[in-house]
Design a protein around this ligand. Structure first.
Ligand code: MN
Length: 232
C-alpha cells in the first residue's frame, strides 16, 4: 500500500457525556423541512410523501464553543437549531425497532445556512451545496447517550441570538420522527457508526452577523454555543 502524498485533518470528534472516548464525525445527513411552521416560513408546503435530505461535509464540522468567521459569499447567513442523532450500529433497510436500536446518542446541532444562496439555487432548481455545505457550518454539542435521554414530544428546542429567543418549539412538531427518518434513509445508505443525522429546524430561522453569539438548547441535552467573528 502506498503512502499518502499529504495528510488530511483528522475528523472532528464530538465529546460524549460520561465517556472518555469521543465520537468521530463520519457523514452528516440533514433532513429538510421537518417542521411544518418552518416549511411555511420558507414558502413551502409540507410534503408527507417522503422526507428529503442534503449532506454536509465532515470537514465542515466544528464543536460547540467555536468562534468562526462569518462565511464568504453570503449576505444572509442563517441559524437553524436542530436535534442531531448519532448512529452507533450498522443499519440498512431498518424497521422501526432496528432504527431505534441504531441510535447511539443525541445532541444539539446547528445547520448554518447561506440562505440567500440556498434560495437562489432552489429557485433555479439547482443543488443546495453552496447554501448548506458551509465551512464551519455544521456545529455539534456534546452527545448524550440514547439510554440516558429520549426525544419526548414535550421537550423544547430553542435558540437564542445574543440572549434573544429566535426559535422555540417542541419535538412534537417533528414531521418525520427519529425512527421514520432512519428507516427511510437506511433504504439508500448503509448507515454506520460516525453517521450523524440532523433532523430539521423549527420556525424562527433568521440572519446572524459578525459579533453574534448563538445559544441553543434542547431540554435535557448539553447546550450548544457558536460565536461569529468578522469575515476573513
Ligand atoms: Mn436544517
Amino acid at each position: 500500500m502506498s503512502n499518502s502524498l499529504f495528510s488530511l485533518p483528522d475528523p472532528v470528534k464530538i465529546p460524549v457525556i460520561g465517556k472518555t472516548a469521543a465520537y468521530p464525525v463520519g457523514r452528516i445527513f440533514c433532513v429538510g423541512r421537518n417542521y411544518a411552521a418552518h416549511a411555511a416560513e420558507m414558502g413551502n408546503e409540507v410534503d408527507r410523501e417522503a422526507p428529503f435530505y442534503f449532506t454536509k461535509s465532515t470537514a465542515n464540522a466544528v464543536l460547540s464553543g467555536a468562534k468562526v468567521a462569518y462565511p464568504a459569499g453570503t449576505e444572509n447567513y442563517h441559524h437553524e437549531m436542530e436535534l442531531a442523532l448519532a448512529i452507533g450500529k450498522p443499519v440498512f433497510r431498518a424497521n422501526s425497532s432496528q432504527a431505534w436500536n441504531a441510535v447511539y446518542a443525541y445532541g444539539c446541532a446547528l445547520d448554518m445556512t447561506r440562505r440567500d444562496l440556498q434560495i437562489r439555487e432552489r429557485n433555479k432548481q439547482r443543488p443546495w451545496d453552496l447554501g448548506k455545505d458551509v465551512e464551519n457550518g455544521a456545529v455539534f454539542a456534546p452527545l448524550t447517550l440514547a439510554e440516558d435521554w429520549s426525544p419526548d414530544a414535550d421537550k423544547h428546542i430553542r435558540l437564542r441570538v445574543n440572549a434573544e429567543i429566535r426559535q422555540d418549539a417542541t419535538l412534537e412538531e417533528l414531521i418525520w420522527k427519529i425512527d421514520e427518518i432512519i428507516c427511510h434513509l437506511s433504504g439508500f445508505y448503509h448507515l454506520r457508526p460516525g453517521d450523524l443525522i440532523l433532523t430539521g429546524t423549527p420556525a424562527g430561522v433568521g440572519p446572524v452577523v459578525a459579533g453574534d453569539v448563538l445559544n441553543g438548547e434542547i431540554d435535557g441535552l448539553a447546550p450548544i454555543e457558536l460565536t461569529l467573528t468578522d469575515a476573513e
